[in-house]
Ligand binder design. Structure first.
Ligand code: PLP
Length: 435
């Protein structure tokens, strides 16, 4: 838990936060799973006095930042006997990777990469120009047909993965309040905290809003808390909710009132339509930006091959925004990561062809919708009620409160994924008490 206390927070607010932490802290002491969690490097509660484990900090000046949930769960599963050879005994309820193999009606999976001599060089930190052009073209074709203002390669920065893109963006955010919501993609908390200039401000989503970003509340927060930047995934990991149409338009319009809106659109194709005619549609804020180069239209989009193209191993992703942002990202890339893999950037170019994309998108939506429906039906049979069924992403936000202890404690109340329901990695074996 974090304390981020902008100056204008009231005393009551602070007292409430302290009470929350104390309540959680007391309950944690009764939970073996929490104690195991706390013993792992970097997992001491923040905002409370740090209890130093003498065995833990062995390298002078080095602190563990804490692992993301998925990595921690995998480590604990391995400590309890999980291995890839025993994977058939386990069920994977926590991994956030898509199925990478062939799926019905999708184009063949790429299986060769060529290595022309030029690809042995560093790629530019903004990426290979032809790929940047292909990204701009895809967004114009999909979301901006008929609009006067069109993206060009200068609005695109290729980055070595989504998290690298987020880090590059976070590294160029100044000394301002930057808000994200809980729950959202778990890496935001750590990425934003790693860059010490900006002040991360977590806000909570309301179950009454189906854990969707409440635009009216966001407007109020911008005004009352002085938020300069708002970061959100849309569609949202882990709640499986998407903001689209007028609501998304309104969110984008906040950028014209002086707030930079960063939208992580990694699941933009994972939308599950109710009507057959809606298959093949995806969602992006790119459709609602007025002028792609006006800094007053400051919408930053992050996406890439990781989820939509089901190629997480390629580490080829992109950030789209006004030209002035792209030049800043080129600079942060030059000291953070040095640019994305050159040969795979070249190999990615044909994958961005709009006709290829359409085929991938249709196949993906049909396949993952059937996975979602399968998991929801199985959960129902298990009497595990899903209060907010997902309309997008490959997650189910499931409350396990009603399970018998210790399965109902905070550590196993988590997002479940159906992206890898048939895959070999696994994180949970019912016979285990706590892991
Ligand atoms: C919302 C969201 N953004 C970004 C990423 C990470 O992308 P990458 O694996 O390319 O770093 C993920 C992966 O789980 C995600 O869920």
């Amino acid at each position: 838990m974090h304390f981020h206390l902008p100056h204008h927070y009231s005393l009551t607010h602070i007292v409430e936060q302290v009470r929350d932490v104390m309540k959680q802290y007391k309950n944690e002491k009764e939970s073996e799973a929490h104690q195991i969690f706390r013993r792992a490097g970097g997992h001491q509660p923040k905002g409370l006095p740090q209890i130093t484990n003498p065995d833990e900090e062995t390298v002078p000046g080095i602190e563990h930042p804490g692992s993301t949930g998925v990595i921690y769960c995998s480590d604990r599963a391995m400590a309890n006997g999980f291995s890839y050879s025993s994977s058939h005994e386990w069920a994977n309820l926590g991994q956030g990777a898509p199925e990478v193999g062939p799926i019905p009606e999708a184009p063949e999976r790429p299986n060769t990469v060529s290595l022309p001599l030029e690809s042995l060089e560093y790629a530019p930190t903004t990426g290979v120009k032809a790929l940047r052009e292909a990204v701009a073209n895809l967004y114009n074709y999909t979301y901006r047909q008929g609009k006067a203002s069109q993206y060009t390669y200068e609005n695109v920065c290729i980055v070595p993965g989504g998290r690298a893109g987020l880090s590059r963006v976070a590294a160029v955010i100044g000394d301002v309040y930057t808000s994200y919501q809980v729950p959202d993609y778990t890496a935001y908390d750590q990425v934003l905290s790693a860059f010490k200039r900006l002040v991360p401000v977590p806000t909570t989503l309301d179950p009454k809003d189906k854990y969707s970003l409440n635009i009216e509340q966001t407007k109020k927060d911008i005004r009352s808390q002085g938020l300069a930047v708002v970061l959100a995934s849309n569609p949202r990991n882990p709640t499986g909710q998407v903001i689209k149409g007028n609501e998304l338009k309104e969110l984008v319009s906040l950028s014209r009132e002086g707030t930079t809106i960063i939208l992580d659109e990694f699941y933009s194709w994972y939308i599950y339509p109710e009507h057959d005619s809606d298959y093949g549609k995806s969602v992006s804020s790119a459709a609602y930006v007025d002028d792609v180069n006006e800094e007053s239209d400051s919408v930053v989009i992050i996406d890439g091959l990781t989820k939509n193209w089901r190629l997480p191993g390629w580490r080829v992703c992109w950030v789209i925004g006004p030209k002035n942002l792209i030049t800043a990202l080129s600079q942060s890339g030059s000291f953070l990561d040095g640019g994305a893999n050159h040969p795979l950037q070249l190999a990615a170019i044909p994958l961005l062809d709009p006709l290829h994309v359409q085929q991938e998108k249709l196949a993906l939506q049909k396949h993952f919708k059937s996975k979602r429906d399968h998991v929801l039906a199985r959960l129902k049979k298990l009497h595990l009620d899903v209060d907010v069924p997902p309309n997008s992403t490959f997650y189910v936000w499931l409350n396990l409160e009603k399970l018998p202890p210790p399965l109902n404690n905070g550590l196993v109340r988590t997002a479940q994924t159906f992206g890898s329901v048939n895959s070999q990695t696994a994180l949970y074996r019912p016979s285990l008490k706590n892991y």
